[in-house]
Design a protein. Sequence first.
Length: 437
Amino acid sequence: MFSFRGGLLLVVALLVLMTTLWWAQGTTPAEALALRQAAVIRTAYTLPPDKLKPAQELFRARTALHFVGEGWGILQLVLLLALGVPARLRNVAENFTKNRWGQGFVFAFLFLLTITLLNAPLRVYGHHVAVAYGLSVQGWGSWVWDQAKGFLLTWFVGSLLMMVLFWVIRRSPKHWWFWFWIPTMAAVLFGVFISPIVVDPLFNKFQPLQQRNPALVAQLEKVVARSGVSLPPDRMFFMQASQKVTSLNAYVTGFGPSKRLVLWDTTIAAATPDELSGVFGHELGHYALHHIVRGLLFTAVLLLVAFFVGHRMTHWLLSRYGARWRIRSQNDWAFVAVLALVLNALNFVSEPIDNAFSRSIEHAADVYGQEAIHGIVADPQTTTQRGFQRLGETSLDDPAPHPFVDFWTSSHPSIADRAAFAAAYNPWADGRHPKYF
């Protein structure tokens, strides 16, 4: 069994591994030069006055929603515990059935329903904002149905994980944080694998891109050929996003047999073939640079640290407030609320770390994508910059987001920074060399 000191050493070692993974790829001279030039460029991404004002208003609304939502997520759990609500939900579950599995599913349903209802006003307002600024065209009926499907999916998966958690706690009360981490990561891996096949089609419609736009597939295969990455046409998919949103996007998902690249129909309709090649090159970069694997390793480290710290903090909270909250022990169904409180707080504190890692891999994919289309499109710099301009205009991205908010909440570099870097990055000039090709 693990000692406290051994667990702490393991966590520290994994933090070192995470940092190494983060900074494994250095910055080339051409990239460093472009970053310095991009820092002083202020015109690579701009908005006309009729779009600038709503973009700034939208940025403020989203910022308020984000931080109010994070704070409310923590405060609501404190209030629920202080009022003894989790203990009451536990009593309802235990009185409903003597079967342990039945109790778990009942408690998870009631607890998740309570949290969902408490969060509903902010979620409703968030959708209202998206509709008001023209970013969403989804009707309220469709939106509510998506929320219901998400609730049921979360309830089912969450209940199973909760059962595993309490099974582990009963067998290893002092080291459950480690033993629970193993099946949790197995669930994450399985989720990443199965999500494109089972989960995503519950919310959106997908078709093979070859069926919808064979000419575009032929264009994209030129980028695939240059990259050397294996991504046959049957792994390229078309998603009907326009039924719900007006924004542009593309993404990679899955691994192994479920690996695929998805282009939204809004992106295909708005972008030129050259710009689509750049978008495709960026997404292909995530596979070529093993970002899914890196992301999973990063998630594994963060989860292990969170569970380790969570174990220590929940132990302290139960010893101090357990009697007041009417929570008998960490083997009590109501313990889930204490663990959720701690993990929510840790998630808020670690958000800048998670987002900084995400921005680093997104920047690397930007570099890869711009290099991947060199020789395929006439002017990679202008093409990529123009693509970011179009993306920003469609999404109403503020050209000058507040630095702190951008640092804390953004999973991607700002559109202004990405467009400026694209305009400045030219590793083929003056005898310099590209980073990946």
